[in-house]
Design a protein around this ligand. Structure first.
Ligand code: SF4
Length: 341
């Protein structure tokens, strides 16, 4: 057995079937959101009402899995009641921790529900140990989820300088911006993750066909902004501005970011060695099959780490499976690896 502290596996659940898939595939924690705009995946058809949450809690806790509730949009203006009601509900229902980005909600939770464990959301956009320690002093946060913009060295330095548990993203779609600071969707549609809980809201997405030079094209728009045009034989993806192709200086390309997914599996022993306490899988908007497949791979890898230690053997099938689930079927270490520095 390894003497490494094995990170917790934190998996996404956009609905009850996905929660069951994550729990049954070996998640240590699942994270969920309530119906409405209190969480950053407020897409139609996703999220939990009180009954579904109650069922989910029963299923997860019965299997020894924790349930974390994301209340990670920002409050807007005077009325905080939707968010504070969500915090009270979390305490009443026995949620294991809430994931919060807005300091106003941390203040409320630490004052009114002091026994509720507080995790700093990636939407809180805090990238330094100084910021994390400040929130620990003020509000008693016990875990911080780091934005996906830090290198592995910066993560290590953060872990060394705080007693707050550090959680990092292990797999899933990338936000290129420092999370919590992106206004691209709001620029086009007036709605964005921070305030409205959704990037590229479906009601502002429009698809249209056109013919040009004898070819058929499928245009994807967010409100009036043309985000991408696909030839008939090209695979298309859901249009977010950061992953669109734009004409820049006469060339059409992914001006912000190529569609790709973060995959830090190969760094797992390193993440454990530097003291990362949890690895998070992105994807509450994905279905149960995706959730189950990703969870199974990471569970197997974490179990191998626990058994074999830092010299663990990696099964090539793990990488093949994750690549097949990645955006654009390609993956990256993202900001974790900066060999040019
Ligand atoms: S536009 Fe892209 S970077 Fe910005 S919030 Fe949406 S997915 Fe993230």
């Amino acid at each position: 057995m390894s003497d490494l502290l094995i990170p917790e596996l934190v998996c996404p659940a956009g609905n009850l079937p996905a929660l069951r898939a994550a729990v049954d595939s070996g998640a240590d924690c699942v994270y969920v959101g309530l119906k409405g705009d209190t969480n950053a995946r407020a897409f139609p058809g996703l999220n939990f009402d009180r009954n579904a949450l109650s069922d989910g809690l029963r299923h997860a806790h019965g299997a020894g899995c924790k349930v974390l509730l994301a209340i990670n949009t920002y409050t807007n203006g005077a009325d905080l009641s939707r968010w504070t009601n969500a915090i009270d509900l979390a305490a009443e229902m026995g949620i294991d921790a809430i994931i919060v980005g807005d300091p106003a909600l941390m203040a409320y939770a630490s004052r009114v529900q002091p026994s509720l464990r507080l995790h700093l959301s990636v939407q809180g956009s805090v990238t330094s140990h100084a910021g994390i320690n400040f929130l620990q002093r003020e509000f008693g946060i016990q875990r911080a989820v780091l934005p996906r913009v830090l290198s592995i060295e910066q993560i290590e330095n953060t872990v060394k300088n705080t007693s707050v548990e550090i959680e990092v993203f292990g797999f899933g779609s990338l936000c290129v911006m420092v999370e919590g600071r992106c206004a691209l969707s709001a620029h086009a549609s007036g709605e964005a993750p921070n305030l409205d809980g959704v990037c590229s809201p479906a009601r502002h997405v429009h698809w249209s066909e056109r013919k040009e030079s004898g070819h058929s094209w499928l245009d994807a728009r967010l409100a009036t902004v043309l985000v991408d045009s696909y030839r008939a034989d090209e695979p298309s993806s859901y249009p977010t501005i950061c992953k669109g192709r734009f004409d820049v200086c006469g060339k059409r390309y992914h001006a912000f970011e190529e569609p790709t997914s973060l995959n830090a599996l190969s760094l797992l022993p390193h993440l454990a060695r530097i003291g990362v306490r949890a690895v998070k899988m992105e994807g509450r908007q994905r279905g149960p099959a995706y959730t189950a497949a990703v969870t199974r791979v990471w569970r197997a890898a974490l179990d191998a780490l626990a058994q074999q230690g830092a010299t663990m053997a990696f099964d090539p099938l793990w990488f093949t499976t994750l690549s097949s689930l990645a955006e654009g079927q390609t993956d990256t270490l993202g900001a974790y690896s900066r060999p040019w520095k």
